[in-house]
Design a protein around this ligand. Structure first.
Ligand SMILES: Cc1cc2nc3c(=O)[nH]c(=O)nc-3n(C[C@H](O)[C@H](O)[C@H](O)COP(=O)(O)OP(=O)(O)OC[C@H]3O[C@@H](n4cnc5c(N)ncnc54)[C@H](O)[C@@H]3O)c2cc1C
Length: 448
């Protein structure tokens, strides 16, 4: 079978590549997704959580972050104006498919005052404009995008690509897991973080250079929403950076979910923690991650193995995610069910095992996290309370960065690598934008 374009992966990056090709009138395009269609996915099934139509975006919190500093490296390929024009355009596609109108974090006197207060607390505040879709709306929006493509792009779910075929430095098509060969002039690969290992092996087999990315390790913090209300009302999500006193390490907040829920995540046999929030259903708590980046040089340069090791330790000791009151951690004792039952922060992940995170984290990470909480206390009294809950381990494995041109083309002609799986992006909006960028480059060549 011969196609003009094969897209591998039906996450935001692949979907936006397909939408763009369809808008530009490119025909004979197929999108191959190894998971299920959106309506058939089940969030509680570990296989469905990250795979299927919508990719990791389907059960995400749906925060669209319009920022150069957050969400990936796409800004390295474009000048500032072109970058923000592309992000705004991408954002508007979400709005046309049903994302809410409200944008948080526009520069205002309140945002500027927040940045000043943060700096007095020794924290750098990164102003970010955010549109919040909410988990329950993500699936509806992704389903509408599927409808927009009906009749324009051939969409095949349950269809895993095994090999990218190339000859003489030029892409030729793909081979599916069942052995079928699909010939194609162009291939856009968008396998996401769940396909990172496959992407790495594919790059190696095609002699495409890759670079390891650091691993981010830390905890999910949960506290009563009132503690951060003043801040989350202004900016929804505050991106705060802290350089720790003792180690001078960069420590940052990540993925803040006002009135949200803490959840478990299964990645490659590990149980880790994450968080999200709904647009309408509210809990009494806010959660966010505190993460510390770790990279290595020699003789060890395998940040993913290091992150896995720490997460495995938590799984070994707690049978999954461990939860601890900050007060217990500081007092040098484990949390127990009884102590948690006295905690004023009611856990939204009560299934987590009460335990002792000091058995899990290296001294360096634990101290970085504690110092960050102390700094945040100056910005929002109540953060460094003994009632604050910590869940571990939260770990972010980033895909190896694939070497690509500003059009996101690899050294194999007509083979493009986009989204989180190519290590170029780390969030919904930039991954979607990377799909637009690659699809436009493909369309330009097809129309030449
Ligand atoms: C719980 C959670 C909350 C999140 N919240 C946010 C948020 O609020 N804001 C934000 O910006 N980001 C958030 N993210 C991250 C966001 O979901 C990702 O950045 C985004 O989905 C990346 O898009 P992608 O298309 O590159 O990859 P993915 O969404 O991972 O999609 C890749 C797809 O490719 C498929 N695939 C892989 N290999 C193959 C193959 N060989 N053949 C065929 N198909 C294949 C996979 O099955 C998958 O469906 C969240 C993620 C999670 C898990």
């Amino acid at each position: 079978m011969k196609y003009e374009v094969v897209i591998v992966g039906g996450g935001p990056a692949g979907i936006f590549a397909a939408l763009t090709l369809a808008d530009l009138g490119i025909q004979n395009v197929v999108l191959l997704e190894r998971g299920k269609d959106i309506g058939e996915r089940n969030r509680l099934d570990a296989d469905d959580m990250l795979c299927g139509w919508g990719g990791a975006g389907a059960y995400s919190d749906g925060k669209l972050t319009l920022s150069r500093e957050v969400g990936g490296y796409l800004g390295e390929f474009l000048n500032t104006k072109a970058f923000y024009d592309l992000l705004n355009e991408t954002d508007q596609v979400y709005v046309r498919h049903g994302a809410p109108d409200r944008l948080f974090g526009d520069i205002s006197p309140a945002v500027e005052a927040l940045a000043e207060r943060a700096s007095l607390a020794g924290l750098e505040y990164i102003p970010t404009r955010i549109r919040h879709i909410g988990t329950e709306n993500c699936q509806a929006i992704l389903a509408r995008m599927h409808d927009s493509l009906t009749g324009k792009v051939d969409i095949r779910t349950g269809c895993a690509v095994q090999t990218i075929l190339a000859d003489g430095g030029k892409v030729k098509g793909v081979k599916l897991a069942d052995g079928t060969v699909l010939e194609s002039r162009f291939v856009i690969v968008a396998p996401g973080r769940s396909g990172a290992q496959w992407m790495k092996e594919t790059a190696e087999s095609l002699n495409i250079k890759t670079k390891t990315s650091p691993v981010d390790i830390g905890v999910r913090v949960e506290l009563p929403a009132t503690v951060l209300k003043e801040i989350t009302d202004i900016s929804y999500e505050s991106k705060l950076i802290y350089y720790s006193k003792t180690f001078d390490d960069k420590v940052r907040t990540f993925c803040m979910n006002p009135y949200g829920e803490v959840v478990t995540e299964k990645i490659a046999g590990l149980v880790t923690v994450n968080g999200h929030s709904y647009a309408t259903k509210k809990s009494d708590n806010t959660n966010f991650a505190i993460l510390v980046s770790s990279s290595f040089t020699e003789p060890f340069d395998d940040p993913i193995a290091y992150g896995r090791y720490i997460a495995q330790l938590a799984n070994l000791l707690g049978g999954g995610v461990i939860m601890q009151r900050l007060g217990d951690l500081l007092a040098g004792r484990r949390s127990t069910r009884e102590r948690i039952s006295k905690c004023l922060t009611r856990p939204t992940l009560p299934q987590a095992t009460p335990g002792d995170l000091s058995f899990v984290f290296p001294y360096r990470h634990l101290l970085n996290i504690i110092e960050m909480l102390q700094a945040m206390e100056k910005l929002a009294p109540g953060v460094y309370s003994h009632q604050t809950l910590l869940y571990g381990v939260e770990v972010k494995f980033y895909s190896n960065r694939i070497e690509v041109t500003p059009d996101l083309e690899t050294k194999i002609r007509n083979l493009f690598a986009i989204g989180d799986g190519a290590g170029i992006t780390r969030g919904l909006l930039q991954s979607s934008a990377s799909g637009i960028l690659a699809a436009r480059a493909v369309a330009r060549r097809l129309n030449q």
